[in-house]
Write a protein that binds this ligand. Structure first.
Ligand SMILES: Nc1ncnc2c1ncn2[C@@H]1O[C@H](COP(=O)(O)OP(=O)(O)OP(=O)(O)O)[C@@H](O)[C@H]1O
Ligand SMILES: [Mg+2]
Length: 248
């Protein structure tokens, strides 16, 4: 039975979800624009990389010049690695068909490596390369992985730590993604509430409390399930289980 109060809550949720969807559209647009910008950046970057390599191969270059050129080369390579990551991440093709779970995780982690390093978090992955494909839009999978991973990085904001992403296929009909962090963990009182809409421990303006609610909705719409294990002081581990595609 739906009470007027429920309808009020439902109304609020759908309003927030609409806002979230409009935001996602804006992000997709931003993705398309940044893909263009990044593409334009690649040409001068590759000139810098190859020109600096040519100078380094020259004989008789003074030592201090060589050192500076090496730095220019290393920084340009770092930038072009980052731009490649942005390009991969922001590609918003409707994949529609099957998603390669490991590839999607690689895209998300490459994209978030700066966010991780500025918090002193080391990213580790242990991916099973014999996973079956999953009949999921790759963009939906990106959103699921990014929501859980960003929460973990935010939880390790001050102390740093480690984040491990593992994939496996416990049987041929399921794919399992585990995202585990060494952060502060979640107190028992909060643990039962984290999937509720608007539940957040972040300061106003820092979190809407919709991230895990949206994530669970997306996972369940795909016929999967999401579980969490955590205790205060012991880190947190999220497990997402998705049904695998038909193998033929
Ligand atoms: N890995 C984690 N470690 C510690 N706490 C976590 C972790 N993941 C989620 N939480 C807790 O769950 C709460 C709800 O998470 P959720 O993603 O739904 O919202 P949020 O991150 O607070 O806000 P938003 O996602 O909108 O930015 C968080 O505020 C935090 O207290
Ligand atoms: Mg969140």
């Amino acid at each position: 039975m739906t009470t007027p109060e429920d309808r009020h809550i439902d109304g609020e949720i759908s309003h927030e979800l609409l806002k979230q969807l409009a935001y996602n559209e804006k992000m997709a647009e931003l993705g398309r624009i940044s893909a263009g910008v990044v593409h334009e950046l690649n040409a001068p970057l590759s000139v810098i990389v190859s020109a600096s390599q040519m100078i380094m191969r020259e004989e008789g270059v003074p030592e201090f010049v060589r050192e500076m050129i090496e730095r220019i080369n290393a920084e340009a390579q770092r930038l072009s690695q980052m731009t490649r990551g942005i390009l991969n991440f922001s590609s918003h093709e409707e994949t529609g068909g099957d998603a390669d779970v490991n590839l999607t995780i690689d895209f998300v982690l490459d994209f978030l490596c700066y966010e991780a390093s500025r918090r002193g978090v080391s990213l580790m992955r242990n991916l099973d390369h014999r996973l079956p494909v999953v009949p999921v839009d790759g963009n939906v999978l990106k959103q699921i992985v990014i929501n859980i991973t960003m929460n973990a990085l935010q939880a390790m904001e001050h102390e740093g730590g480690r984040l491990l992403v593992e994939t496996s296929s416990p049987n041929s009909s399921e794919v399992c993604i585990v995202i585990a962090d060494t952060g502060p963990g979640i107190a028992a009182g909060s643990l039962s509430r984290i999937f509720e809409p608007y539940f957040t421990t972040k300061s106003p303006g820092e979190g809407t409390g919709l991230g895990l609610f949206v994530t669970r909705t997306l996972v369940e719409n795909l016929g999967g399930r999401i579980e969490v294990r955590s205790a205060a002081g012991e880190g947190t581990s999220f497990t997402v289980v998705l049904p695998a595609g038909e193998s033929d």
